[in-house]
Design a binder for this molecule. Structure first.
Ligand code: GUN
Length: 292
């Protein structure tokens, strides 16, 4: 069993980006600039956005964090996005999700300039990805593809089982794994809350991507010997034995599943760091595409 170490793989991506930034500076060019919008005080969102801003600093990108009250109106949020769309120095815009219930996420995403949509959530970027002509691929599925590539995991002809059909992870993951080229060329089954015989389907998976957000949902009985298991879940559960009072749990029962796998991602330290590295790669490409 080999661990797909997201910390290590993301570090090599960040090291390459640092060199790219040094090259831009040597040529007297501007560096990539990411703007993140954080609405309200959701604890998990605060943590994710802080990690994204820190990663920008680490590789030498500029970043701007725009904070808005939970009670902000759609119109005010659209104003913020319009200003960022018009700001020539900004290369990437992301609105951290989820948004408060009174705001339509799709309306907000649709307002982002597709050329700055480094999350890859705008319909035109989703369409481009589906057609196999991607500009920006959503960061989590893109990070998983980069991780498979880093460890040279064979994907051609494999049966990939994706659990979860969210717009952010499951759906784009299924499109990428079924696409041509590497990593891809899989036969993909997407499972969701209405799937019958889910355990049986999982057992036939050569590759399993668990992205449903239910701690330890995938058990050893659901995984065949030699499978590749990618755990996207990260749920905070109360754990009084931890200093912080909570522990992070993946969607996979790691302790019992890992011994059966050829490759598996840990939580934390697997998909999470790759998501951030993928976002940085998208932001760098946006900067180069827009400016040079
Ligand atoms: N919330 C959960 N995942 C993501 C992500 O990849 N991007 C944004 N903007 N919000 C998220």
């Amino acid at each position: 069993m080999q661990i797909l170490n997201g910390k290590e793989a993301s570090q090599s991506i960040k090291d390459a980006l640092k060199l790219n930034v040094a090259q831009l500076l040597a040529e007297g060019k501007k560096v990539p600039h990411l703007a993140a919008i954080l609405v309200g005080n959701n604890g998990a969102s605060e943590t994710y956005v802080a990690a994204k801003v820190k990663a920008c600093e680490e590789v030498g990108f500029k970043s701007t964090l725009v904070r808005a009250e939970e009670s902000i109106t759609s119109l005010k949020l659209l104003d913020i996005i319009r200003d960022l769309n018009n700001d020539e120095d900004i290369d990437g815009i992301l609105v951290q999700l989820p948004l408060p219930k009174h705001i339509s996420e799709q309306e907000i995403i649709n307002a982002i300039d597709p050329d700055k949509d480094v999350d890859g959530f705008h319909p035109s970027n989703v369409g481009r990805m589906v057609l196999g002509q991607p500009t920006f691929i959503p960061a989590t599925p893109y990070g998983i593809m980069l991780l498979l590539e880093h460890y040279k995991v064979e994907t051609k002809g494999k049966h990939a089982v994706v659990i979860g059909r969210s717009h952010i992870v499951g759906r784009p993951m299924s499109i990428l794994l079924s696409g041509s080229g590497y990593p891809g060329n899989c036969t993909v089954t997407v499972c969701h809350s209405h799937t019958k015989n889910l355990e049986e389907i999982c057992r036939s998976g050569d590759i399993i991507v668990a992205a449903l957000g239910r701690p330890e949902f995938v058990t050893a009985e659901m995984v065949k010997e030699g499978a590749v298991v990618i755990d996207v879940g990260i749920t905070r559960v109360v754990d009084p034995s931890k200093k912080s009072g909570f522990a992070l749990k993946g969607d996979v029962d790691y302790k019992n599943v890992a011994p059966k796998c050829s490759f598996i991602t840990p939580v934390p330290g697997g998909v999470g760091p790759m998501t951030i590295a993928a976002l940085l790669k998208n932001t760098y490409h946006s900067c180069v595409k827009r400016n040079y």
